[in-house]
Ligand binder design. Structure first.
Ligand code: TYM
Length: 345
């Protein structure tokens, strides 16, 4: 696909791999931090987008629900504008090379590196001894997702930055250990006011699928009433709305709502502050509801339409896996040869 201002077909700017967990509803953080950027980047890059079900089971998932949410995430991505024709849109467990490369990378990554991963500490909590081994080596599987395609760019929200740095370290160590540049060092692509969408209940916590309170996040499947209610209940502070950047300091909830508004309307902070100047929080929240409904409403409706035909979603995902497998199997073969695994006769 080539649109005005994008790179002509055949001259792609690089190869993108990104992933998303099917652990529940897609939420506004996923959309503003990742999916919306994927839609833009797909014009200029060769893209592979992966629904990472193997990552999902690092914490307990109900099997029937996992199948449903895997399809729903695929439908949500397509509804948001990710093209399953121009890109490979697929399910991680459908491409065995991810797990196979992950094993090799488990032998390259150092325990000390994994011990520094803050997401493991957050997710394992106090009961670290009882966390799954999968949760601990989660970042190695993520590195495999990226490196098995020799991806050059990885668009993610800011919360994934540390994992990407680890993927780069693993790639570099592999190249040095085996004296051959097999893997390019993948560049993170983290941008826009949506790169860090915070909880609606606590401006210091990221918006997340795993937050117990559904009021903490806007799900991509929420209807107008749910969106209005969640913004109404969203935490704010007793001060009037800020009118300058300086007045935003130390006010995480106000900053978050302003960032969300800026991201949804594609406006700068200055433009947003001008738009909302003189309003009460309640009136600002009503405006926010309108812009969110405008953006999310059509995506929500299209997701529901696509979910009426699960067999078609499965066919789309099978085609994506085929494309992905072709690349991944070649890279895995190269890795196996470099490592010294005896080729099968
Ligand atoms: P996941 O499923 O938690 O989130 C998917 C994408 O959404 C972004 N995101 C956010 N961005 C801004 N604000 C938020 N509150 C927010 N919450 C989520 C994430 O940064 C991510 O880009 N480990 C990854 C999945 C993964 C992956 C990969 C990503 C597996 N393999 C390879 C890139 C490349 C994760 O749990 O994302």
């Amino acid at each position: 696909m080539s649109t005005s201002g994008s790179t002509p077909l055949g001259q792609k700017a690089g190869r993108i791999l990104s992933g998303i967990q099917p652990t529940g509803n897609l939420h506004l953080g996923n959309y503003l931090g990742a999916i919306r950027n994927w839609v833009t980047l797909q014009q200029d890059y060769e893209c592979l987008f992966c629904i990472v079900d193997m990552h999902a089971i690092t914490v307990w998932q109900d099997p029937a629900e996992l199948i449903r949410t895997t399809r729903e995430v695929a439908a949500g991505m397509i509804a948001a504008g990710v093209s399953p024709v121009d890109n490979a849109l697929f399910v991680q467990s459908h491409v065995p090379a991810h797990a196979q490369l992950a094993w090799v990378l488990n032998c390259v990554a150092r325990i000390g590196w994994l011990n520094r991963m803050t997401q493991f500490k957050d997710k394992a909590g106090k009961n670290r001894e009882n966390a799954s081994v999968g949760l601990y080596v989660y970042p190695n599987l993520m590195a495999a997702d990226i490196l098995v395609y020799k991806a050059t760019h990885v668009p993610v929200g800011e919360d994934q930055k540390q994992h990407l740095e680890l993927a780069r370290d693993i790639a570099q160590k592999f190249n040095i250990d085996f004296g051959k540049v097999v893997f390019p060092l993948p560049e993170p692509v983290i941008r826009g006011p949506g790169m860090r969408v915070m909880s609606l209940r606590d401006g210091l916590k990221k918006m997340s699928k795993s937050d117990e309170s559904d009021y903490s996040r806007l799900n991509m499947t929420d209807d107008r009433d749910a969106i209005a209610l969640k913004f109404q209940k969203a935490k704010s502070d007793p001060l009037p709305l800020p009118t300058t950047d300086a007045e935003m300091e130390g006010r995480p909830e106000a900053i978050n709502l302003i960032n969300i508004y800026a991201a949804l309307t594609d406006k700068s902070h200055a433009e947003v502050l001008a738009d909302i100047s003189g309003l009460q929080f309640s009136a600002f929240k009503a405006k926010l509801t309108e812009v969110a409904v405008n953006v999310l409403g059509p995506i929500n409706a299209e997701t529901k339409r696509l979910m009426n035909d699960p067999a078609e979603i499965d066919r789309v995902l099978a085609r994506g896996a085929e494309k992905a497998n072709t690349i991944a199997a070649g890279v895995l073969k190269e890795v196996y040869d470099v490592v010294g695994f005896l080729p099968r006769a």
